[in-house]
Design a protein. Structure first.
Length: 205
């Protein structure tokens, strides 16, 4: 029985050849996949909490790939590897390495020269790494964990309040999140910066 998935707005479909990278052949539904991925992600979060990373370590291709591998390595064979196909979002597959290096150079400059406030630096990084779309799947969740790592380890500030429960919600919260992402696509980061500090006490959560 093959893996059959339904996709919510904003999700990138997994190609058939990428589905073959599933390490747990008993998984057949989106619910089962979500469950195993979430456990893997929680393990990755614990890994980040137990370590102190320096900016020079965080802002490297190796670290970006390692975080993705930690998040999905128990579920997908291609965890931590750049995608080999083009998607409906992201740069051409051959440009991933160069675009990521440009982003890492830029964020290092932003931090060193205090170009933006800490929250905005993390949010700009999150938004731009998604636009590159380094990996076959999981780019959104990977970008959020990377932003949390930046705000926590680089700036020593509380992580953002956009946990998995909020992001999985299909109601007003998800609509607000996607709307904020679209605004960021136009260079307006205010709504996304506000969203990442929203609390789970707001209506609709």
């Amino acid at each position: 029985m093959g893996l059959e998935l339904e996709y919510r707005a904003g999700q990138t479909p997994i190609d058939d050849d990428e589905k073959e990278g599933l390490l747990l052949p008993t998984i057949a539904t989106r619910a089962e996949l979500d469950e195993f991925e979430q456990q893997n992600i929680e393990d990755a979060v614990q890994w980040t909490l137990m370590r102190n990373f320096k900016p020079g370590e965080i802002f490297t291709e190796h670290f970006v790939r390692e975080v993705h591998k930690r998040m999905y390595g128990n579920v997908w064979r291609w965890a931590g590897l750049f995608r080999q196909t083009n998607k409906n979002i992201g740069v051409d597959k051959w440009q991933i390495g160069a675009e990521l290096r440009n982003l890492l150079d830029d964020v290092s400059y932003w931090v060193d020269h205090v170009t933006f406030a800490p929250d905005e630096i993390a949010v700009r990084f999150k938004h731009r790494i998604v636009s590159i779309h380094c990996f076959p799947n999981g780019n959104g969740r990977h970008s959020r964990l990377m932003a949390d790592i930046i705000i926590d380890k680089v700036f020593r500030r509380p992580v953002f309040n956009w946990g998995a429960d909020m992001i999985k919600d299909d109601g007003e919260v998800r609509k607000t999140y996607l709307k904020a992402l679209r605004a960021a696509d136009t260079g307006e980061y205010g709504p996304l910066i506000s969203f990442v500090r929203s609390t789970d006490q707001e209506p609709g959560i």
